[in-house]
Design a protein. Structure first.
Length: 554
């Protein structure tokens, strides 16, 4: 089998590339995916988001090694193993990141990826429910909406009012002019169904005669002719195939899969590759390094009024919700329930937000089980700019063996201090008068968690990953010995090979990663095709004028 372009991974980036690269009927494209079809009720229904993430059928089921900064805890790292990849099993939260995140990319060597450069690609991807403006797109494949517009529960609005009472601004659109503040949260849901990249980018074009989609197909390694990528060796149904690429091989296997595949192919730290029996082709020590992720905790309170989703977790209520969604694609089944949110700065001198809040009018675990009897609500909160760095390392040449993943969570003193600020600032917000009609006792962390030592110990025990692994094949300047890729996502030192997914980020962005990953694929498609890049869009964005001296307005 021979194609012009071979894409490994049909996830948030791979589906975008399959669509854009096959637009020209003269280009032949092959999309390889280890998982199978995303035709599942659990994937389509937004409220069922916790189910596919906990199914082996749809999840690679990665885990970290014991994390030294978390007293040896092993942390889950779910990644999508299905068409749509992690966009088919994620929480559907749509956050582009702060404009300053992309200016930070430029400072780290990713020239051409500043905010003005990437904004037109965010816009090209998006179909925003309220239409196009200078910040938002209105005609793209990816549907973005606001769930039920916070209409079904007063707690959403109470959270926003509490943020304002604590001295923070309200924002009308955190993906537009002003991220900082409290406001309505956006989600990748369209027509009441999950808007994964499989549904939005792949489904409309999957019957193109020049596009071949191979499911249940595991990429083993890249085949080279000298230092030119010419094919991908794959295993499918216990048979081995070589899929040739006349123009390029593109890895979109994610922040775990892409560095692992490069290492199995001989690209990585030469000394380490030799230690696990791999003959090095290119010494590139940045492959698998620089791994970053977001952590979060669930700040939970009992609710004095019986208005939370905790009463909807019984089978009868679930049946009613499911029936309404099945027939009308509306109601509680058509939302991820994260309908209000906040982005704040942790301290004076922090220029743009580094703490994110997702508010949920329920108290439950991420697997959908109730946290306690009765009614409650919670915020998912954590620092968005961690300083700790980890790695992805293969253990052998066997593509079926999961790699070693170490995030090094909270091993930097700055991260420890950031968590202390998170707990104290969050408790202050959640104790504002806006919650007086609803607030019962603090369930967790609990009123006895006050001192630095108590906060440190509680966070280590209770923190969870927000499932945003990234930055493990970063873009950068050639002088940076750890920059795996150039500014067009090409593997430096290798011909005809690129990486296009969240692993290319130089630094992790502020918020959930699906939106910037899709943007990267949109822009990379133009680089791959040699097209003129979209004209940069230079717009203003909000920065608190007193950020150097004040942590908030009030």
């Amino acid at each position: 089998m021979e194609f012009d372009f071979v894409i490994v991974g049909a996830g948030s980036a791979g589906c975008v590339l399959a669509n854009r690269l096959s637009e020209n009927p003269s280009h032949t494209v092959c999309l390889i995916e280890y998982g199978g079809s995303d035709n599942s009720l659990f994937i389509s229904m937004p409220t069922a988001l916790s189910i596919p993430m906990n199914m082996d059928k749809f999840n690679w089921g990665y885990e970290s090694v014991r994390e030294p900064g978390l007293d040896g805890r092993v942390m889950d790292c779910p990644r999508g193993k299905v068409l749509g990849g992690s966009s088919s099993i994620n929480g559907m939260v749509y956050v582009r990141g702060h404009p300053c995140d992309f200016e930070e990319w430029v400072r780290h060597g990713a020239k051409g990826w500043g905010y003005a450069d990437v904004l037109p690609y965010f816009k090209r991807a998006e179909s925003w429910i309220y239409g196009e403006d200078e910040y938002r797109g209105g005609r793209g494949p990816l549907a973005v909406n606001t769930g039920n517009d916070m209409a079904l529960n007063p707690l959403y609005r109470a959270f926003i009012e509490a943020g304002k009472e604590a001295g923070y601004p309200e924002t009308a659109d955190y993906n537009g002019y002003q991220q900082e503040g409290f406001g309505q949260m956006h989600m990748t849901v369209g027509g009441g169904k999950r808007a994964s990249t499989s549904r939005t980018y792949l489904d409309p074009v999957k019957n193109r005669p020049n596009l071949t989609i191979l499911k249940n197909c595991l990429a083993d390694h890249i085949v080279f002719e000298g230092k030119k990528a010419i094919a991908v060796k794959v295993n499918q149904q216990e048979q081995t195939h070589k899929i040739k690429a006349g123009k390029e091989v593109i890895l979109s296997a994610g922040s775990i899969g892409s560095p692992a595949l490069l290492q199995r192919s001989g690209i990585g730290s030469a000394d380490y590759l030799k230690s696990v029996g791999i003959q090095p082709l290119l010494d590139s020590p940045g492959v698998g390094a620089n791994l970053q992720d977001h952590l979060e905790i669930y700040f939970q309170y009992r609710c004095k009024q019986p208005i939370t989703l905790n009463s909807k977790l019984n089978w009868f209520s679930k049946g009613l919700i499911g029936s309404r969604w099945f027939f009308f694609k509306s109601g509680l089944g058509a939302t991820n329930h994260f309908e209000s949110c906040g982005f704040i700065r942790s301290d004076a001198g922090v220029k743009w937000p580094d703490i994110q809040y997702h508010f949920l009018p329920a108290a439950m675990r991420y697997d959908g089980r109730t946290a306690f009897d009765g009614h409650g609500y919670q915020v998912h909160v954590g620092p968005n700019k961690p300083h700790s760095r980890g790695h992805v390392k293969i253990k052998s040449a066997d593509s079926r063996e999961k790699p070693e993943i170490l995030f090094n969570y909270i091993t930097e003193e700055r991260d420890i201090n950031d968590w202390r600020k998170v707990i104290r600032l969050s408790r202050e917000i959640l104790n504002q008068h806006a919650f007086d009609p609803y607030k019962g006792e603090e369930i967790q962390p609990g009123p006895d968690i006050q001192s630095d030592a108590e906060i440190d110990a509680w966070v280590k025990t209770n923190v969870e990953s927000a499932y945003h692994p990234s930055c493990s094949c970063k873009m950068g300047e050639e002088e940076d010995g750890y920059a795996v890729l150039d500014q067009e996502c090409r593997v430096r030192g290798i011909d005809n090979l690129r990486v296009v997914d969240s692993s290319v980020f130089p630094t992790i962005t502020n918020g959930n990663l699906n939106a910037p990953t899709i943007m990267v694929a949109e822009k990379a498609a133009d680089h791959i095709l040699g097209k003129s890049l979209l004209e940069p869009v230079k717009v203003d964005f909000w920065i608190d004028e007193n950020w150097e001296k004040s942590q908030r307005q009030g």
